[in-house]
Design a protein around this ligand. Structure first.
Ligand code: NAD
Length: 271
C-alpha cells in the first residue's frame, strides 16, 4: 500500500510530539522526518513515539527545506515567523502545508495565501472535530438570538501559551459575529480593567485564563436577563488536534491547490 509521507516541523514541541505520535499511529501515513529550531535540545535525537517511546530510525534536523522537498505533506504547529518561512518552502517544492500555528498577523497569513496558489494549504486555529462543530453551533445560536443575549467567550489554556485570546476563542468570536451579521473587530471587547463603564449592547466579550497543563477549554455563553445558554468544549489531550491535522493531511492529498480550513476537511456547512 502506498502511504503518504508526512514531515513534522517543530517536532520537539508539545504539539510536535503529539503529531509524531499521530503520524506513527496512522496506517495511511509514513513519518518522513522532523525539524527543530537551531539550539533546540531535541536536535540530533531520534524521533520517537511520545506515548510508547518506540524509537524510529529518523533523527531531528534543522533542515526544513529538505523536509519539504522529500515529503508529500508537512505539518506545522510552530510559531508565526517559522510558519512564514515554511510556507515559502511549501510553495517552492509544491508540498502540502498543514498549518496550525496561531497568533499570525494578517501580513504573516499572506505567506500561507501565496503558498496556496501552488499547493493545498490547510490553515485552522483548531483541528479538533468538536471545536469545529462548536464554531458551527455558535454561528447558528448567534443568528437565532438577538442582542438581548450578551455573548461572552471564555477560554483556558496551559501556563506556557504565549498568545491571548486563543486563536480558537477569536474564531469563536468571528463565528458569533458572522451569525449576527457584524464585523468582529467593531464589537470585540478583549481587555477589561478598572472602571470600564457598563457593557455595550452587541459587544462580544473575551476572557482568558492560564494555568497548569490544560490542553484547551472554550465556552461561548449567551447571557440574557434570567437565562444563560452555554456551549462548551473541553480538550482532554492535545492528541485530538494532532489526529485532526493528520486527517487534514490525508484529505489534502486529493485536493487542488488552494487555502482550506477544517470545515472543508470535515464537510461542515460554512453558513
Ligand atoms: P511549543 O512551544 O511547545 O512548540 C513549538 C515548537 O516549534 C518548539 O519546539 C520550537 O522549538 C519549534 N520551532 C520554533 N521555531 C522553529 C523553526 N524555525 N523550525 C523548527 N521548529 C521550530 O508550542 P505548542 O504548544 O506545541 O504550540 C505550537 C503552536 O500551535 C502555537 O501557535 C499554538 O497556539 C498552536 N496550536 C494550535 C492548535 C490547533 O488546533 N490549530 C492546537 C494546539 C496548539
Amino acid at each position: 500500500m502506498t502511504t503518504v509521507k508526512i514531515g513534522i516541523v517543530g517536532c520537539g514541541g508539545r504539539m510536535g510530539q503529539a503529531l509524531v505520535g499521530a503520524v506513527l499511529d496512522n496506517d495511511s501515513a509514513t513519518l518522513s522526518g522532523g525539524t527543530e529550531r537551531q539550539g533546540s535540545p531535541h536536535m540530533g535525537k531520534p524521533l520517537r513515539h511520545p506515548v510508547t517511546g518506540l524509537e524510529t530510525p529518523l533523527t531531528v534536523t534543522e533542515d526544513a527545506e529538505e523536509l519539504f522537498r522529500i515529503s508529500d505533506v508537512v505539518i506545522d504547529f510552530t510559531c508565526p515567523t517559522a510558519t512564514v518561512l515554511h510556507a515559502g518552502y511549501a510553495a517552492q517544492h509544491k508540498t502540502i502545508h498543514i498549518a496550525g500555528t496561531t497568533g499570525m498577523t494578517p501580513d504573516e497569513e499572506k505567506a500561507l495565501q501565496a503558498a496556496a496558489a501552488k499547493t493545498p494549504v490547510v490553515y485552522a486555529s483548531n483541528f479538533s472535530l468538536g471545536v469545529n462543530l462548536l464554531f458551527h453551533l455558535t454561528r447558528q445560536a448567534a443568528r437565532l438570538l438577538d442582542e438581548d443575549f450578551d455573548i461572552e467567550i471564555l477560554e483556558m489554556h496551559h501556563r506556557h501559551k504565549v498568545d491571548a485570546p486563543s486563536g480558537t476563542a477569536l474564531s469563536l468570536g468571528k463565528a458569533a459575529a458572522e451569525g449576527r451579521g457584524v464585523d468582529l473587530e467593531t464589537v470585540a471587547d478583549k481587555v477589561r480593567d478598572g472602571i470600564t463603564g457598563e457593557r455595550t449592547r452587541g459587544d462580544i466579550g473575551f476572557a482568558t485564563l492560564r494555568g497548569g497543563n490544560v490542553a484547551g477549554e472554550h465556552t461561548v455563553s449567551f447571557n440574557a436577563y434570567d437565562e444563560r445558554i452555554e456551549l462548551t468544549h473541553k480538550a482532554g489531550d492535545r492528541a485530538i488536534f494532532a489526529r485532526g491535522a493528520v486527517k487534514a493531511a490525508l484529505w489534502a492529498t486529493t485536493q487542488d491547490p488552494g487555502l482550506y480550513d477544517m470545515f472543508d476537511v470535515l464537510g461542515l456547512p460554512k453558513d
